[in-house]
Design a protein around this ligand. Structure first.
Ligand SMILES: [Zn+2]
Ligand SMILES: [Zn+2]
Length: 331
């Protein structure tokens, strides 16, 4: 902030200086707002009913993250890395019963039970040259997890550096067929696709059920993770645009007792998918992806609030979280 005031005070009113002033002014404004948002989110934690200050903080985050002037700026990087540092500390907190679900950038989740901690679609975000989350933090996160599951090959879900950091720490990575073949014995691309199958993790007391979803024509694993005696979560990756899948999605609840559904917030026919999975709780993902999409596909938190409000007649609670936050679920 000192830097901002100094810049403003030495400018003399030229066109270049006006542009610099505007940019410095907006950076200072973003820094102040990100700090306030972080404080409010820590005071008003994720819950099935969103208190007004929390709702306002999430909507303010939408404003900042939909303003491309804030992309790749220092205030944004410090915000997301600070939140990841808070997450790192929190990952050491024990779970006595049930599941603790953490939300990370884009569609990333970490689910922790008393016996295991697994990550799904964990990515650093940003470019390889300048990732949103620093390599050292990512490496620490990998060290606190026991396995990584990848829904599909797109870069906003699958990251080879992260997969390698899991393997380097002796953790298994279950990847879609054809992805990262031969990279490391612990990075295991599936041999099957377009059919349902299970992967047992006896040492973690869990079973991974892979359901054969799609994003258009691209294969997309829906990862159903059954933590024995604690609960079952389902993360849908980028499920979208495949009418045939909806036919079997309609019946998922007949086979699996889903506790927590983590759908991409823009999934096709959200209401039908929720009915098909029949979860007890919904935690959406994929809001505010800062990719090369048009601005509307950054998917604001206010849009998720709007969508989920319209489904209140289903009587299934939902928890809206941002990066680094967690929610404890018990059966
Ligand atoms: Zn995708
Ligand atoms: Zn995606």
């Amino acid at each position: 902030m000192k830097h901002l005031i100094l810049t403003l005070s030495i400018c003399l009113g030229t066109a270049v200086c006006v542009t610099a002033q505007k940019s410095e002014y907006k950076l200072g404004q973003a820094e102040t707002a990100f700090t306030a948002i972080d404080e409010i989110l820590r005071a008003y934690r994720p819950a099935t009913e969103i208190p007004l200050p929390r709702e306002m903080a999430l909507m303010s985050l939408d404003q900042l993250l939909h303003d491309t002037d804030n992309d790749n700026t220092e205030p944004f990087y410090s915000f997301i890395n600070n939140r990841m540092l808070q997450l790192l500390t929190d990952l050491d907190r024990k779970v006595d019963k049930g599941l603790r679900i953490y939300k990370l950038y884009n569609d990333g989740f970490i689910v922790k039970s008393p016996k295991a901690t697994i990550a799904i679609d964990l990515i650093p975000g940003g470019s390889a040259a300048k990732p949103f989350i620093t390599d050292s933090i990512v490496y620490e996160i990998a060290g606190r997890c026991d396995a990584l599951f990848i829904s599909h090959e797109h870069a906003d879900h699958a990251n080879l550096n992260i997969a390698k950091s899991f393997a380097a720490r002796g953790k298994r990575v279950i990847a879609p067929k054809g992805l990262w073949v031969g990279v490391d014995p612990l990075i295991q691309p599936m041999e099957l696709e377009n059919q349902e199958f299970d992967v047992e993790f006896e040492e973690l007391d869990l079973t991974l059920h892979v359901l054969p979803g799609h994003q258009g024509d691209i294969y997309n694993n829906i990862n159903v993770v059954e933590f024995h005696n604690e609960g079952t979560v389902a993360q849908t990756g980028d499920q979208w645009g495949n009418a045939d899948d909806l036919m079997w999605i309609d019946r998922v609840h007949e086979k699996y007792d889903i506790d927590v559904l983590m759908p991409n917030c823009w999934i096709d026919q959200m209401r039908r998918v929720i009915r098909g999975f029949g979860p007890k709780l919904i935690i959406t993902g994929h809001e505010n992806e800062l990719g090369e999409h048009s601005i509307d596909h950054r998917e604001a938190y206010w849009m998720t609030i709007f969508k989920m409000d319209k489904m209140s007649d289903l009587n299934i609670p939902n928890v809206l979280m941002t990066w680094g936050e967690s929610y404890d679920y018990r059966k």
